[in-house]
Design a protein. Sequence first.
Length: 150
Amino acid sequence: MFTLALMVVLSFNLFAKKVEIEKAKLVAKNYYYLQLEQLKGIKIEKENLKFSQAFEIKHESNLVFYIFNIENGFVIVSADDLVEPILGFSIENRYSGKDLPPALVDLLAHYKEQISYAIKEQIKSDEKILQKWEFLTDIENMKDYGNCEI
């Protein structure tokens, strides 16, 4: 009986959940922090990273992802934990939604369609994807990431 109850509880964790903006901001901030350090060798206190703008991107009435401008760059974070937390980023360019390169327009359109489809079909989340979400939301992980692959 206990095993059955445990399986039911664990299986609920595999169903996709909407990601609230505060959690998405934390994920964006943590990821940006990692990228600054790994790609540029810049160490900065996470508390000093400043958000300047947030975009909520919808498709077919579904909120599909967020785009956050942070410092001199941006991070695209899924609005549902059924997919990878980080969909894209830049540490050198900001996102405005205007005059986007055609390749980025196509990529964002693809993400919108795929995430909407997954939400509509109630696709289950993969355990590895959930682990990435957990890693990027756990402050303790961020202290000790080493040379991690996200």
